[in-house]
Design a protein around this ligand. Sequence first.
Ligand code: ADP
Ligand code: GN1
Ligand code: MG
Length: 376
Amino acid sequence: MRQDCSIPDYLNEILSNFCVEDVKNIERYGSGHINETFYVSTLNDDDPDYLLQRINHHIFKDIPSLMENIRLVTDHLRKKLGNIPDSQIDKEVLMLVTTKDQQFYYCDQAGNYWRMYHFVPAHSYDILQTELQAYEGGRAFGKFQALLVDLDISLISETIPNFHNISIRLERFNQVVHHDVANRVMEVSAEISFIKERMEEMNGTLSQDYVDVLPLRIIHNDTKFNNVLLDDNDHFQCVIDLDTVMPGYVAYDFGDAIRTIINTAAEDEKELAKINLNLPLFEAYVKGYFEEAKIFLTEIESSSLLTGVFLITYEQVVRFLTDYLEGDSYYKIHFPKHNLQRARAQIKLLKELECSRETLEKIMENTINRAAILKK
Ligand code: ADP
Ligand code: GN1
Ligand code: MG
């Protein structure tokens, strides 16, 4: 999604530090909640276009380690895909652009960190339209995990510690409710109750319940559907937004992807009645995911996946409401009560998921059994 906004003059100065071809235009781009993103087009049709990002260093505290993660992961993916032509790999794996002094990021005088990728000409969707898109999304994230299975996990840094640790997120939530710095607690008592009613059940889910049986793997950790690009025929092209690639349970990625795929409305839908479950899309994602992930998934991992859907949707309620109560310091917002609206929408989604738990279990079981794909 391109946006018409005025571009600050200093961007040309930032670009002059990178090894890029003649630039034609720069425009704000995308609908991510974290980084500031620009599309940089070039004059010559034979040159690649670029994507420039100011990495949010308030959220990511150690940008050199984060960029080293991305370098390691993209190098590994390239090596594993070595049998396809270079022109193809450049569309399937994010390609970093170096600075003139051979670094993968540039730190400006104000302390802002910038990086560039080759622009991948493909589509990202906030809401899905077809089963093929869901199936291809499942394949994309399944393949991403499968290709990273043999990358040494000890080389990968935690870019945001305890990112999906619900116990720590709930501790923080309780503190934020207690301090009520933005004086908003009164207004959201129903939402706070919703979180508290499920606190005991959710606390420790996956991170404690499965601690000795679930393998830690290198996962994406932010698998909402607009973080996979699809080509013109809706086939998956490239997994993007690698800032949170770090150790975790595959159920986290499964849960976050399903949370966005299964929802018939936007993540921040105001009219809650529009938020329902699209079960055919769920089934299509499960099918695509297992086709690629079956080569490494253990039986216990497969059985943990659905728990991830409930956990991550609940976690989003907690995170959006925490940010609202703290005065909106984490996510980009587009209007004053945006985080509250997001939290309410995710509450409705979680209620729908809870009502359909058995149906979801059956679909999972049938899809997995039909393919007879579990590796013992
Ligand atoms: P955020 O962390 O803010 O979500 P992303 O890395 O996901 O940042 O980038 C924001 C948006 O920019 C994405 O949703 C996608 O539309 C677009 N995007 C990111 N990387 C690329 C790329 N290499 N090629 C084309 N589009 C991209
Ligand atoms: C953020 O970066 P983006 O917009 O893809 C967030 C995710 C949330 C998501 C909710 C680093 O993702 O964890 O699930 O918003 N990323 C980070 O839309 O916090
Ligand atoms: Mg993103």
